[in-house]
Write a protein of this length. Structure first.
Length: 228
């Protein structure tokens, strides 16, 4: 996969040496000397127009990397954690990346993307500032069986919903699942039936809702510390 942008590329170069195939440099001096020496056998210099083509017009900042494809983890690994996020029908890579970044920073143990067949992991790696590379992540088109199994393992399933209990007054189980729905449709009806509790963010002004990645960040933070 191709990733681009200085921050995410430097993170990958520093932490995922074995996955790096080619380093494309369109701006001289952008690599620290140590990384330049480390990867000089894999570096290719290219003109900005070719960098623009490779990044499909994105802001590459003079640095792009071709690395091995992101490998999803197994549900067996994810269910060994204590805090799991399920994304119900989310497809926007910007929102998913922002959620992954927050989830990784706040100690979430794994993410399950449901209702999708595939995702652009290169774009998610960029929008997560590289956090995706460290986050256990699995795609599952139908998560209902997974939710059932998680419940059997003692997980309590919470879902973000406008009519839910205010999150600021909620306490959460140690083994917990947070399900976030898409901005346009929210949680699917099948998912709603699996919830142990719906939770919401109270608004101080009359406003419809927050962006899903912002709402997710607030809920993940609260659920990271509001343990029973």
């Amino acid at each position: 996969m191709i990733i681009y942008g200085k921050q995410v590329c430097l993170y990958a170069l520093e932490n995922y040496t074995k996955n790096i195939e080619t380093v494309y440099v369109a701006k001289r001096g952008i690599l620290p000397q140590g990384l330049y020496e480390q990867y000089k056998g894999k570096i290719k210099f290219l003109e900005n127009r070719w960098a623009q083509a490779m990044s499909k017009g994105g802001n590459h900042q003079g640095l792009l990397i071709e690395m091995s494809d992101f490998e999803t983890t197994s549900f067996e690994e994810i269910k060994r954690g204590e805090f799991i996020i399920i994304l119900d029908g989310l497809t926007d890579v910007g929102n998913i990346g922002a959620i992954v970044r927050t989830a990784y920073a706040l100690g979430v143990d794994g993410i399950i993307a449901s209702g999708v067949k595939k995702l652009n992991f290169g774009a998610i790696a960029r929008s997560s500032s590289g956090a995706l590379l460290d986050m256990p992540f699995v795609i599952e088109q139908n998560p209902l069986d997974m939710i059932n199994e998680l419940k059997q393992l003692g997980f309590v399933v919470y879902g973000a919903a406008m009519e839910g209990e205010p999150i600021e007054s909620s306490q959460f189980a140690k083994k917990r699942v947070l399900i976030l729905g898409s901005e346009d449709k929210g949680l699917s009806k099948k998912i709603q039936l699996k919830l142990d509790k719906a939770i919401s963010i109270s608004m101080k002004r009359d406003f419809d809702s927050l962006n899903v990645s912002v709402a997710g960040a607030i809920m993940i933070h609260r659920m990271s510390y509001g343990i029973k």
